[in-house]
Design a binder for this molecule. Structure first.
Ligand SMILES: [Fe+2]
Length: 194
């Protein structure tokens, strides 16, 4: 699986960020921990090496760190978000990448890359850079699938928790447009084996 010593190193470098996110937004922090656990297993199925898996696990744990920069009235809003709110939320991947690029350790740039691109879509309609297909880092394509599953698997202020079969139907309908079809196929195998 992942390179344990390098993973421990990365965790030490980023633990202050995770603690800060937990104080700011506990729900996002718990969600991120679940996403990290699944992302690393999915990454192994997608053929990442031990170092890449360590990076992926930590990147998944801090993928929403940029939410620290989202105003409270949007972050903790209990009603449906307005289009202006979504514009503000769409800044979180770049803010997260900025935070990681301000860190100075081996792997910070790769972490920042995954964080920056975790909301890109395969067809180029995502944000912040509108990257397409394999131009999107594989780690970011993996986080995208696991993140989307987990978001639909829990109740949020603006939607109820969805059943597993419904989530998989939605994700499969997004194969090739939003999600990487190969990553999605590996994710199905992962859940089938669980
Ligand atoms: Fe996000």
């Amino acid at each position: 699986m992942h390179d344990e010593a390098y993973y421990q190193f990365l965790q030490r470098q980023t633990s202050a960020l995770s603690v800060a996110l937990g104080y700011r937004d506990e729900a996002t922090s718990r969600h991120s921990e679940r996403v990290a656990g699944r992302a690393v297993r999915l990454g192994a199925l997608c053929g990442l090496n031990a170092r890449e898996l360590a990076i992926l696990r930590v990147a998944a744990a801090v993928h929403d760190i940029g939410k620290i920069g989202i105003p409270d009235q949007i972050l903790s809003k209990r009603r449906r978000l307005s289009s202006a709110d979504w514009v503000a939320i769409h800044h979180h991947p770049t803010m997260g990448a900025d935070i990681l690029m301000a860190c100075d350790f081996d792997g910070a740039r790769e972490l920042a890359d995954i964080v920056r691109h975790h909301h890109e879509n395969m067809d180029g309609t995502g944000y912040p850079d509108g990257l397409r297909g394999e131009a999107i880092p594989l780690g970011a394509r993996i986080v995208s699938v696991v993140d989307a599953y987990d978001a639909m698997d829990e109740a949020r202020p603006y939607h109820a928790r969805r059943p597993h079969a419904e989530i998989m139907t939605i994700l499969e309908s997004e194969a090739g447009s939003r999600r990487d079809p190969d990553v999605l196929q590996a994710f199905c195998r992962l859940l089938d084996d669980a």
